[in-house]
Design a protein around this ligand. Structure first.
Ligand SMILES: [Zn+2]
Length: 341
């Protein structure tokens, strides 16, 4: 009996040892397999995977048992990670850092893909015809522009707004809303640049940025840039031939005015009407300069009445530009600002 029990215990002991060895073998086998198949990339550092330096967009990290912790080129079958597209602001920052190219600006300026090409480089009137374009600079202004829009609607007149939304502070969503109202009500919007800098102090790249930054803002407000957003009025009426040539190259005509209301002097309605009358030329077209931020209630009905009683028709600056397609609308006489040099 004792022999039988001893034999039985030995068998049990051997079985337990065998099972333990078997389990250990399986564990070891699993670990080996796991290590062999381990995917190593730039994020799997450790004893099995060697770290890589920072790889550029054309290479990937090859690290681990079969790699040396180095960047290797992608194979044609491998998918490269998507690169994050640069924002317009990033592009602009890079462009601003380039050397100013006053002498040879053209190769660095991006042409816009506009529907209409620039046929008229510069205009300060709309030809020899009884038309008048009312223009408002520096808006949208949160307080005054809605009043202007309301009065234009009641007078049933379309005007042109040379917008410069960041001339006081960063543009607001309210200004975006006002811009949409302008367009929805059939008014013409054109460029007065984003920041309202004196363009003669900027190099060609900075000037391009002023135009494209405003284009981007308008696009963000409206969903897209209107095709007829192609007239630039330089802030302060300050420009030169380089400003005109860069603007033209980007698809803009450059417009000034031939009637300055001098509303910015804020001397009241009578002063504005006197300024209009002294510069008005019967039988000529008029481009009237006004400003959103100094507009006073009900001035418009008097200004509009001045032109209606003299047989004028109201047009926008886009219509003015069209009238100038086959005519020269650059007048060098006094009172017609233009950029001579
Ligand atoms: Zn201005």
């Amino acid at each position: 009996m004792q022999m039988t029990n001893k034999t039985s215990n030995c068998k049990k002991f051997a079985s337990v040892i065998f099972i333990i060895i078997l389990i250990c073998s399986i564990v070891v086998l699993v670990l080996i397999l796991k290590t062999t198949n381990k995917e190593c990339d730039s994020s799997t550092y450790g004893s099995d995977c060697l770290p890589c330096p920072v790889c550029d967009s054309n290479t990937r990290c090859d690290s681990g048992k079969n790699g040396n912790g180095t960047c290797i080129p992608y194979q044609s079958s491998e998918q490269q990670p998507q690169t994050i597209p640069q924002t317009p602001q990033t592009q602009q920052t890079q462009q601003t850092q380039q050397t100013p190219t006053q002498q040879t600006p053209m190769p660095t300026i991006q042409q816009r893909n506009l529907v209409s090409n620039v046929e008229t480089s510069e205009l300060n009137f709309c030809g020899m015809t009884n038309v008048v374009a009312l223009t408002f600079d520096d808006g949208p202004n949160e307080q005054r522009t809605p009043l202007i829009l309301q009065e234009l609607a009641s007078l049933n007149i379309k005007a042109t707004f040379f917008i410069s939304p960041s001339n006081i502070r960063s543009p607001t969503t309210r200004q975006c809303e006002i811009l949409r109202n302008m367009v929805n009500q059939g008014h013409n919007i054109q460029s007065h640049t984003f920041n309202h800098f004196d363009l003669q102090t900027l190099d060609s790249i900075q000037l391009q940025n002023e135009l494209t930054t405003l284009e981007n803002w308008v696009s963000s407000c409206l969903g897209s840039l209107p095709n007829n957003f192609n007239i630039l009025r330089p802030p302060f009426g300050s420009g030169n031939r380089n400003v005109v040539s860069v603007a033209n190259y980007m698809g803009y005509s450059v417009a000034t005015w031939n009637i300055d209301t001098k509303d910015y002097e804020q001397r009241g309605l009578d002063s504005i009407l006197q300024n209009i009358e002294s510069q008005y030329r019967p039988g000529h077209s008029s481009i009237v300069l006004m400003h959103d931020h100094v507009y006073e209630s009900r001035f418009l009905e008097h200004i509009v009445n001045f032109f209606i009683t003299r047989g004028n028709r109201f047009i926008t600056m886009s219509e003015c530009l069209n009238l100038c397609r086959n005519n020269s609308c650059r007048d060098a006489r006094p009172g017609y600002p233009f950029f001579a040099s």
